[in-house]
Ligand binder design. Structure first.
Ligand code: ATP
Length: 371
């Protein structure tokens, strides 16, 4: 039965901040973890240490091994080789294997994995079986209250909206106050408008509980919004890890750069410590002579000048995107138009000639990736 006390079309307010209760965060360490599925190396020598209380985002394209790494941490999957340690104690490895339910790890899945035959309260209480019986309901109600769903306690999951189900799953994962929380794409089933608010409140709850947290995502903006540290993966390996600024401003290679920005890319070869392109000459002393290089220019690094100044170009198209306009420009010597993100007031009419200037701070030069 759907409760009449809740408005079905508006999500309830979240509970009071600061009422989540704190966990004792654990350090989580992966040591040279390999996971093979036949010929496929889903995890290829992963070594990573996550500090107590740190919020790490595992970021990467579909199939790069993010979920497999979570499953190994949770103990749902045994790796081919390598070790997992919690606070320095081996929980997976040649010398020990601790069962998932003994690890003190909270899990939250993309599809929420709520039990359909249990009420909301029973779903949240499910993870609290280690507590004395008289404390279970109190702890479950407290977690439900923090996510604003205390009045839905007696309902069944199928009567709730997607946003409410997400909150029940969150309440269930935090109720036991785990030392480590593993969340697999926890926001991907929410619509875009709702996602920002849910994400902000979820992060507030994660900060209150203080657990060491891994959030899996394939959305770089989401990772930049919530993570203390981003771990970028590709083909079972860690490409780079660091702060949002590290990865955005100082990407380790062309793959990492492309993940965070839709660059204009121009191919060239390093000669005399520089790369020459139809749109300018850029320093490349960090690459060996003769390297096949890709010059990456951020769309916000393209500036327009009056015709006759700087590099000659013609405006091909212009699209209003709200805060900026996306302008395509044909530049002599380039096969494809380049894209510029310009303030909406910038004069640029399709068909008109303009001058183009490149901000050197918005240019990165990388070795081309091998196919
Ligand atoms: P997604 O974002 O799509 O969930 P992911 O980065 O989480 O992807 P994983 O689910 O970890 O990727 O999978 C990594 C690779 O391992 C994929 O190629 C997948 O098909 C493969 N894989 C995962 N689990 C198994 C399994 N049990 N048996 C065989 N192959 C598997």
């Amino acid at each position: 039965m759907v409760s009449r006390t809740r408005d079905r079309f508006r999500l309830p307010r979240w509970g009071q901040r600061g009422t989540t209760g704190a966990a004792i965060p654990a350090e989580l360490t992966f040591e040279d973890v390999v996971q093979r599925f036949g010929d496929l190396k889903a995890l290829d020598h992963i070594s990573l240490s996550i500090r107590p209380g740190e919020l790490v985002c595992l970021l990467g394209h579909s199939g790069c091994g993010k979920t497999t790494l979570l499953r190994v941490a949770a103990g749902i999957e045994s790796p081919t080789s390598g070790r997992v340690l919690m606070d320095g104690r081996e929980v997976t490895g040649p010398h020990a294997f601790m069962a998932p339910e003994e690890r003190g790890i909270g899990l939250m899945f993309q599809d929420y994995a709520l039990f359909p035959h249990l009420t909301v309260l029973e779903n949240v209480a499910f993870g609290l079986r280690a507590l004395p019986a008289d404390q279970v309901e109190h702890a479950a109600r407290r977690a439900l209250s923090r996510v604003g769903l205390d009045r839905a306690a007696a309902e069944y999951p199928h009567t709730l909206s997607g946003g409410e189900q997400q909150r029940v799953a969150l309440a269930r994962s935090i109720a036991p106050r785990p030392g480590v929380l593993l969340m697999d794409e926890p926001f991907s089933n929410l619509d875009r408008r709702m996602r920002d608010a849910v994400r902000d409140e979820t992060v507030a709850i994660l900060r209150e509980i203080g657990a060491t947290t891994i959030v899996v995502t394939h959305d770089p903006e989401e990772a930049m919004r919530i993570a203390d540290r981003i771990v970028l993966m590709r083909s079972g390996m860690i490409v780079q890890h660091g702060s949002a600024e590290d990865l955005y401003l100082r990407p380790a290679d062309l793959f990492a750069a492309r993940f965070f920005c839709d660059f204009n890319e121009v191919e060239s070869v390093v000669e005399g410590g520089r790369v020459s392109t139809p749109i300018g000459v850029f320093p490349a002393a960090h690459l060996p002579e003769g390297t096949a290089a890709v010059v990456c220019i951020r769309p916000q690094g393209i500036r327009l000048r009056p015709p006759g100044f700087c590099l000659p170009a013609r405006v091909v198209s212009r699209r209003f995107l709200g805060e900026v306009d996306l302008v395509h420009l044909a530049v002599q010597g380039l096969d494809r138009p380049i894209q510029a993100r310009l303030r909406t007031a910038t004069p640029a009419t399709p068909g008109h000639d303009v001058g183009v200037d490149v901000d050197p701070h918005e240019v990165l030069v990388f070795a081309a990736l091998h196919p």
